[in-house]
Design a protein around this ligand. Structure first.
Ligand code: ADP
Ligand code: MG
Length: 248
């Protein structure tokens, strides 16, 4: 395959398997994610969703399996090289640098993404970060320590930190867990807005209403295998998907 192939997906996962000792967390997972797609990833607890994200972002090595991003085989690349190629993820449990302000947290992410790439002059760093905070609705929180943020604001800051690396692919790992329904809508609106700006998004979520509203396609994992992939209503109506959720 070459990068001149017309229908090349943004991300192509091929035959991806991940074992922890004798336990197989992902079993021969293959899927293409199209550029600009809003892709929902569901599955019961322990089904391998976060493991798949770790394999895409480079936190885990795959054995075997390949990850192609924009036509390039990134399988051998470590996480920071993948970040610089345009892959960003937010964590299921927010991991702010607690002693820093919101702006400082984003600057760390900005610097991380630009060390090897475009140099951002010091005078422009704050402007760049403030633009991302405006985009994510956190302008008024810019100079607060992260300990002054509410749960929903912390979730948004996680997404803002991911945005500071200027991703082409953003992976959101349960950014809505534990939020009220109006807060879920806030985070969902933000993800839909970012997608509207051209960012491809993989959203892992347990809140089915959010998955249904967000996703153009949904993939369901169970015990490390794909059990359904397709339009949201088709996947939700799938007997194996319903059984997988009833089983938990
Ligand atoms: P999900 O995100 O779908 O809830 P995970 O991908 O976190 O599931 O986990 C899938 C399975 O792999 C679980 O059984 C989990 O215990 C196991 N697992 C995940 N990460 C590790 C690890 N670093 N070491 C050992 N087992 C792991
Ligand atoms: Mg998980």
């Amino acid at each position: 395959m070459t990068s001149t192939e017309p229908d090349l997906p943004l991300l192509r996962i091929g035959g991806l398997t991940k074992r922890f000792g004798g336990f197989t967390a992902l079993d021969n997972v293959s899927v293409d994610i199209r550029a600009g797609e809003r892709f929902g990833l569901i599955g019961p607890n322990g089904s391998g969703k976060t493991t798949l994200i770790n394999c895409i972002s480079g936190a885990f090595r795959t054995e075997p399996g390949t990850v192609l991003f924009r036509g390039e085989d990134i399988t051998p690349l470590p996480a920071h090289m993948r970040t610089r190629r345009g892959i960003a993820r937010s964590f299921q449990i927010p991991r702010p640098f607690k002693s820093m302000t919101v702006v400082e947290n984003l600057m760390v992410a900005l610097d991380f993404a630009t060390v090897a790439g475009g140099f951002v002059p010091a005078a422009h760093r704050r402007d760049t970060v403030m633009a991302i905070l405006a985009q994510t609705g956190l302008t008024s929180k810019a100079d607060l320590p992260t300990t002054g943020l509410s749960q929903v604001e912390l979730r948004k800051m996680e997404l803002a930190r991911a945005m500071a690396t200027h991703p082409k692919l953003l992976i959101s790992d349960e950014a809505m867990a534990g939020l009220s329904s109006s807060e879920v809508d806030e985070v969902l609106d933000l993800l839909i807005k970012l997608a509207g700006e051209g960012i491809t998004i993989i959203m892992i979520e347990h809140i089915m209403q959010a998955v249904m509203r967000f996703s153009q396609r949904v993939m369901c994992l169970d015990a490390g295998r794909i059990i359904a992939l397709g339009a949201p209503d088709e996947v939700m109506a799938n007997r194996r998907v319903q059984e997988a959720y009833l089983g938990t």
